[in-house]
Structures are given as C-alpha cells and as structure tokens.
Design a protein around this ligand. Sequence first.
Ligand code: CP
Ligand code: NVA
Length: 331
Amino acid sequence: PVNLSGRPFLRLLDFSTEEIDYLLKLSKNFKDLKRTGTPHRYLEGKNIVLLFQKTSTRTRCAFEVGAMDLGMGVTYLDPGSSQMGKKESIEDTARVLGRFYDGIEFRGFAQTDVEDLAANAGVPVWNGLTTEWHPTQMLADILTVQENFNYDIKGKTLVFMGDAANNVARSLMVVCSKLGMNFVACGPKENMPDAELVETCTAIAAENGCTVKCTDDVAEACTGAHVIYTDVWVSMGEPDEVWAERIKHLEKFRVTKEVMAMADPEAIFLHCLPAFHDTNTTIGADIAERFGVTEMEVEDVVFESKQSKVFDEAENRMHTIKAVMYATLCG
Ligand code: CP
Ligand code: NVA
C-alpha cells in the first residue's frame, strides 16, 4: 500500500508509478466529493503557508480552496511581503515556518531553493513551480487525459509543442514515461529538454512500455497523437529580450487547426495556462504591437474549440493539489 505521509512533493522523478497512480485516484475521489457537495474537512486543525516568489492564479487558488475544503487554515505570502531572500535565508525561513505550519507550498526560481526549504522545514513542502519543474501541474494534466480517454491512457501519445526545455515540458516527459504514455517533444533543437533528462526518461519509459522522442518534424510528431499540449514561449523569470528570438524559432511549432487535424480524431488540446492565444491582455497587446503577431503558442480557434479541455484541466488543479496535501499531511 502507498503511504506518502510526511513526504515532500518536489519533483515527479521522486515518485513511483504506483504512487502517482494513487494520487490520481485520490484526486478523482476528491473531485467526486466536491461535485456532490460532500464535506471533506479531513485535516481540520492544520494550517499551511503559501510562499510565492512569482505570480499565480491557478496554483495559489487551488492550494487555498483545497486547504479550506479540507478544513485547514491558510496564509498567503506574496513575492514582496516576507523577509525570505532579502533579510532572511531560505533555511531560517524554513525553520520558522515549520514550527508554525503543517505544510509549506513554494513557488520560486531555482529548484535548489525548494529543496533547501524542504530539507530545513521539518514538514512537507510542495513545489508550486520552479524554473526546472512544475510537478503539481502534471497531476491535473493526466487526470484530464484520463477523463477524456476513459481512464485508459497507456500507449496514448502526448506531444508537447514549443519550448520543450521548460518546467512544464520536462515534468510532462517524466510523468508520461512513468505512466506508460508516449511523449514527444516537438520544437527546435535550442528548446529541447536536456540530454541527461531525456536519457533518464527514456530508460523509465522502456520499463513502462512507452517511448520518449525529440523532433522538429511537426507532421511526424502530431500525426495520430492523442494529446497536443503547449505552454507559453517565454516563462516567468526569463528576460523580456528573449521574445524576439523565441517567436522566430517557435512560430513553426504553434498549435494550429492544421496541427489538430493531423492528430487522432479524438485528440484533445491541453495548456497549463495562462495562455497567449489573443491580444486581450496587456502583455498580449504589447507583444502584438512590438512583434506584429496576434497569436503565439496556440491559435485562438484551437484554444476555443471543442477539443480544447484547458478549463477542465485548470479545475483539476484544485482536486489534484487537494490530493497531494491530503496524502502528505494525513496521519
Ligand atoms: N498553470 C499554473 O500554474 O497557473 P498559475 O501560474 O496561474 O498558477
Ligand atoms: N512555463 C510557464 C508555466 C506557467 C504555469 C512558466 O514557468 O512561466
């Protein structure tokens, strides 16, 4: 039997197939409880803190609502309002917060920061995104794939289009290889996951009867695929100057209706969000003006299509994050 009590949740490489399966089943249970309005205040009396060094909509709200549904108290510390990183080290912050709280969520830059926090807190630490990994996102993504393919995801193919070197693509490569899904990174050579991780995931995939592939051939990648996934071309923390080069290199890898037409007729489109699919945002309007493009990683018609499951995926952040908190905090 799986027991994750007391464990930090820092990256999916640290979890077995069985453990990830368990978290996904638990997520589905929590989703059913929420949908039927069944109270589930299983962690009454506990408190958690959310530490954000970068902005967030989904992750923060998923942790807050998830914690409140479980009966817990929550403190949110925004990028500017704690001493951490300015007047106080991560280690000292961890030792203090670990005495107040039963669990700590952290979103920041270096993966080593969330690891330092976990090593010093004495309570479970959950990685809400670093430059290297975004492990809670993948549980929501895979739950969404399961819901659309009748919980039969082994042997299905997921293609990540675009900046395949980023936190989301790297995490997807890990989760797919652990769960028996074929993973294809489709983008330019400059934006591929590092060779060492590709090698690690290829070995994991072989054990689970699936494959890992990196290619710049869109037709080869997407023909017959079951999930077409993309993410922003420039991630949080990257300098604004990279936009010009990214647009130039990644334009070929935009998810268009032609791309969706190559995929399996039942294929779904996923995006962790926030997505750049129109110019109805201040950043969108600014980029449109500077570079003369109105769409980035995904065409608006694909984003708004029936195949797009991005809002189910966003909702699933809450159910899956609840599962992670419950599994690691229950006694
Ligand atoms: N997908 C995701 O992590 O969204 P936020 O940045 O809004 O938390
Ligand atoms: N790759 C994106 C994901 C946002 C949820 C970023 O790190 O900004």
